[in-house]
Write a protein that binds this ligand. Structure first.
Ligand SMILES: [Zn+2]
Length: 91
């Protein structure tokens, strides 16, 4: 008696909480790749892209810094990272 109930409870892996269908919004969506050699003689470049078809490339230190900022802004504006509420189209 009672034993099968205990076994059933133990059978539930409490530590396994990853839902394969769960979407906690933490999967990679936007990527930022920077190539910035320590040498000032080499022009740094960067590429930022996202699964929402957002893509930017920058060549040159100033442009790369702008791209990094734009990438950060995109993370708050991306329709994939910030799904628009139903019935409200993003501007
Ligand atoms: Zn995006």
């Amino acid at each position: 008696m009672g034993e099968s109930e205990v076994a059933a409870r133990k059978g539930v892996p409490a530590a396994v909480r990853r839902d394969p269908h769960g979407d906690d919004g933490r999967r990679p969506v936007a990527w930022l790749h920077i190539v910035a050699p320590p040498s000032w003689g080499v022009t740094p470049s960067a590429r930022s892209w996202c699964t929402c078809s957002y893509e930017r490339q920058a060549i040159g230190r100033a442009a790369v810094l702008q791209l990094i900022a734009a990438h950060g802004e995109h993370r708050t504006a991306c329709p994939l990272l910030n799904p628009a509420p139903e019935g409200r189209a993003a501007a």
